[in-house]
Design a protein around this ligand. Structure first.
Ligand SMILES: NC(=O)n1nc(-c2ccco2)nc1N
Length: 324
């Protein structure tokens, strides 16, 4: 006969595994009804033994009561904005500057190519594998503490799926809303005579800035990681692409369109393909983000003023926004 603690721990591990399969691998292994049954079983057991509830239990996603305001968070490593390119010529010039700076001649550079998600940049801190803080980008140096709201986003794990978690790991990425989720939210708001949002990005921002996590919890928010800030007690892979794969393995969702491209022409091919895919993705993107893949080269290139020299956002032409 298992002890209560063992029963609780087994249910928590099972639920974390199923959440990972569903939200990160996009390969659910049990029907939703089975997941709900296990979650309700855990909630019931925790209600019987409240002293055994742990903050990283899958049941602990909703904060207690609304905050009066958000505390401020100082980013130990600044969260930077990106320089933009609006044409192939500007991208070629970007590559040329890098080749000159690195003394690469015309050798091919490898880029990690990502869709540019049109949401809100956030920073999520895990301490010993447990989610301990969530913050907005703010002005890049100081953001708002939105930990309680971040915890309500279903595809953000409350605990990393690894037996030896880093002492501290800061995951950076975008919180966004799918177009379908956005439309459902606006329909519900209209039906309730509440204000509607102009676009999914505003809806995501408004949902994250909610002081009441019970409201945030009802919003269809999604997180995709695209980088790492603080990393202590772990040796990270030496390329950006490999780091993203590592994040995925420990339970952090990344975007499934990310590709490695070798040489400028492959990068431009990725940009054009993403332009074709754009309307069918189900979420808004406003371009691509093209990053030098080797971390050593990123460090060699560094940053100029507020933006990295090693990355550029190649944007799409502005899309006429449908007026609602
Ligand atoms: N918005 C977005 O999708 N981003 N933003 C970055 C970024 C910002 C600074 C460094 O990298 N990367 C991706 N995919």
């Amino acid at each position: 006969q298992q002890s209560i603690e063992q029963q609780l721990e087994q249910l928590r591990q099972q639920l974390r595994h199923y959440e990972y399969q569903y939200h990160v691998l996009d390969k659910p292994t049990i029907p939703d009804a089975e997941y709900d049954r296990l979650m309700n079983q855990l909630k019931t057991l925790e209600q019987q033994y409240p002293e055994l509830i742990s903050a990283d239990s899958p049941t602990q996603r909703v904060g207690a009561k609304p905050l009066a305001s958000f505390a401020q968070v100082r980013h130990e490593i600044p969260m930077l904005s990106l320089d933009n390119a609006f044409s192939d010529q500007e991208f070629y010039a970007f590559v040329k500057r890098i080749q000159e700076r690195l003394g690469y001649g015309n050798d091919d550079l490898t880029f990690c190519c990502e869709p540019k998600l049109d949401g809100l940049a956030v920073s999520i801190l895990y301490e010993n594998g447990i989610l301990s803080q969530g913050a907005t980008r703010g002005d890049g140096s100081t953001g708002e503490d939105i930990t309680l709201n971040i915890r309500t986003i279903r595809n953000i794990p409350l605990q990393l799926l690894t037996d030896n978690p880093p002492a501290r790991l800061e995951v950076r990425g975008e919180v966004f809303m799918s177009q379908a989720g956005f439309e459902q939210l606006n329909e519900r708001a209209l039906a309730r005579g509440e204000k509607t949002f102009a676009n999914p990005r505003n809806a995501a921002a408004g949902s994250l800035r909610q002081l009441d996590p019970k409201i945030t919890r009802q919003r269809p928010l999604v997180f995709n990681a695209y980088g790492i800030g603080i990393a202590e007690g772990v040796v990270l892979p030496d390329t950006h692409f490999a780091r993203l794969q590592w994040l995925k393995q420990i339970g952090i969702p990344i975007n499934q369109e990310i590709e490695l491209c070798r040489g400028t022409e492959q990068v431009l091919e990725f940009y054009r393909q993403m332009g074709q895919k754009r309307d069918g993705l189900g979420y808004d993107i406003d371009g691509t983000v093209l990053k030098i893949n080797e971390i050593a080269l990123q460090q060699q290139l560094g940053f100029v003023s507020k933006a990295p020299r090693w990355a550029i956002a190649y944007k799409f032409p502005a899309q006429e926004q449908l007026t609602i």
